[in-house]
Design a protein around this ligand. Structure first.
Ligand code: HEM
Length: 214
């Protein structure tokens, strides 16, 4: 048995800072979306009334905006720092899908997770499905920032809103990306639970226990 470094300290900090930050971004975002019915997405009311009162979401447009627009800077800075560090440290090599094969392998991992396929494709630090998911979540982060700025300053940043397909489309995309985070989060936590303690502990302490085969 051997104890090996798996995740650098910086990556762990960026990862764990992102978790409460994103939770607060979603919470304050819901405050904005559901402050008044006019701010909702069409006629859709996603949750039952108790959900709004349990999370103190009703009629809090000012609170929501204040929190959202302060925290988004931290979200942006943390994201830039994470991406920059990933590139400078060379960690991006484990994360970014580089060939079409990665997408085929990701599909195999998916079928394997559904117990449809028996064997797993060979993998490095992350399997192909993780590479696709982790790269996608970074792109989604970029998407949230772009669509967010487009609806934050639609008068000054008309070009950005136009790039997103107009104000209404930017707002819809911003909302859909949030749903994407929630789905990612649910799957991510299920996978982390299935992967076990050693894997989770490595994201906290940095180190994993590996069985030596020599
Ligand atoms: C309770 C919440 C969370 C838990 C328990 C958790 C756990 C983990 C663990 C254990 C890993 C390492 C996977 C491995 O080594 O195989 C990981 C990696 C990762 N997680 Fe999470 N995570 C959480 C929330 C999030 C959130 C909210 C996001 C982003 C929206 C996220 C994005 C990522 C990314 C991008 C990686 C790859 C990091 C890298 O190596 O650069 N996680 N997570």
């Amino acid at each position: 048995m051997e104890i090996k470094l798996k995740h650098f300290r910086a990556i762990r900090w960026f990862h764990w800072i992102n978790f409460p930050l994103l939770a607060l971004m979603i919470w304050s975002g819901l405050m904005i979306y559901w402050a008044y019915p006019v701010y909702g997405i069409g006629p859709i009311r996603f949750f039952p009334d108790w959900f709004y009162s349990a999370l103190h979401l009703d009629q809090r447009l000012a609170d929501g905006m204040a929190l959202h627009f302060v925290l988004m800077w931290l979200f942006v800075l943390n994201g830039i720092a994470y991406v920059a560090y990933t590139f400078l440290s060379g960690e991006w090599r484990f994360l970014v899908p580089r060939t079409a094969k990665t997408f085929r392998d990701a599909w195999h991992v998916f079928l394997h997770d559904l117990r449809i396929k028996k064997e797993l494709p060979p993998q490095g630090k992350y399997n192909a499905a993780q590479q696709v998911a982790y790269s996608a979540i970074i792109l989604m982060g970029v998407g949230s920032v772009i669509t967010g700025f487009a609806i934050y300053k639609p008068a000054q940043l008309t070009w950005l809103a136009a790039l997103c397909g107009g104000y209404t489309m930017a707002r819809l995309l911003h909302f859909l990306l949030t749903i994407g985070y929630v789905l990612f989060f649910v799957i991510h936590v299920v996978q982390v639970t299935l992967a076990g303690w050693n894997n989770f502990r490595a994201m906290v302490s940095g180190y994993e226990v590996v069985n030596r085969r020599d």
